[in-house]
Design a protein around this ligand. Sequence first.
Ligand code: XMP
Length: 512
Amino acid sequence: MSKTQIIILDYGSQYTQLLARRVRDLNVYAEVVSHNINASSIKDYKDLKGIILSGGPSSVYDYGSYDIDDKIFKLGFPILGVCYGMQLIAQKLGGKVDLAEIQEFGKSSLTITDENSVLLRNIKNNSQVWMSHADHIVEIPTNFNIVGKSESSIAVIENKIDNIFGIQFHAEVTHSTQGNEIIGNFLFNVCGCDKDWTMKQFIDEKLQEIKSIIKNEKVILGLSGGVDSSVCAALLSKAIGKQLTCIFVDTGLLRKDEAQKVMNNYSNFSMNIKLINASDRFFNALKGVSDPEEKRKIIGHNFVEVFNEEAIKLEGAAFLAQGTIYPDVIESSSDGHTSKTIKSHHNVGGLPKELKFKLIEPIRNLFKDEVRRVGKELGIQDFILNRHPFPGPGLGIRIIGEVSREKADILREVDDIFINKLIEKKLYNKVSQAFATITPVKTVGVMGDNRTYDYLVALRSVDSIDFMTATASELPWEFLTEVTNEIINNVKGVNRVVYDVTSKPPGTIEWE
Ligand code: XMP
């Protein structure tokens, strides 16, 4: 496995994951660990070259704020503290941190005050840095130098004897224009890291690892058609071929031609893939049910049942593969300061508890963009790699109220026209998630000389970073009118289209 050369102690900043990504983008494998880690556990990282302390929302002088095991400073690894991390270093090593009179949020400029700084080597004077701090350092510890200042605070400190550094700004955000170079200086000039983290190397190592774990056993995997399960399947199939069986359940609540498209995507892969048409079962189970949470439960429950039935038929499968990715791992192992509400609905098709499988999660160390890069190397089609998220319960929560096959068929057509038009007008990759919803409302319209009384559908498109908050995409008016006409002229049963401009909060992305 790739060497973990850098660990990032998480002090709760919203940018902690971004720090890990920046380090990995520089081809060095970094892992996020809890701030609670102690010095002896750090010694277990055999290839470790350096430690980064992330930012965080608290004040280092607050009672009960996140701390660091003092012995970590004695291990001899270079340390870089970012924002809270820098203030923690200052406070722990004998300096002083206090509430700043002038607090800095957003853009600031970095004045280099020591040309011999290692961390700021080749960094331009007055380059833009991004600040977000209420506290600042008022006294630096012994053996430290101030090598950079912002407009109103100490911005960079350096202790060349012990290789301990601190930056007040967030080098990990793109608004810090030379942030990558500063992180690079720490990785390569201070820690001496090797550039050995590439997707190609990841794949080569992973294939060996999978082979050595699975040996001659069989593996089962639930394919959803999304990026994560697709890449997971492709990796496994490359490693163990026909020992892998993928189960793809058509719930009747998939998008237009989805089952066929997903199956076609795998035609070049060597694996067993079983498409199970379970739509009758899902529509029957959903008859008469209109409560969103009830629908989610029914869909989730039936999914697991279908999956179980198929798994039992496949004799002798010892492993269950899952497309868990790194943000899922971090979130589920966090100490409770990240919201888990969204994750709970992602469990549709989760681990069937009654089955005694060993679990294999080949992409659990990857960020989403790394998953996409691996997928690309493995030959997965772009339409799968770049598609918007699709909820586990599928169209079941986009048919408001009671679900029926008739409404699912109408919705598939509407959604398909909307999505294809976004692709055609080169808007699909600019928005984060777009889809259509069908309401139980019927409205009066006129077509030709005839009165119509048909369904109202809603189009929704949002821009979002993490899907926890979102704003409605400002799609061009001509686009919206064109797509509305196309829907009404082509989809029988629909005579009115609205566009949802609600942000999240107060709305959610899905309507149910
Ligand atoms: P909301 O509607 O909560 O959606 O703002 C946030 C993101 O989660 C997706 N979503 C789900 N995904 N099962 C899933 O796997 C669900 O039950 C579910 N509900 C919402 C939604 O599409 C958006 O990307």
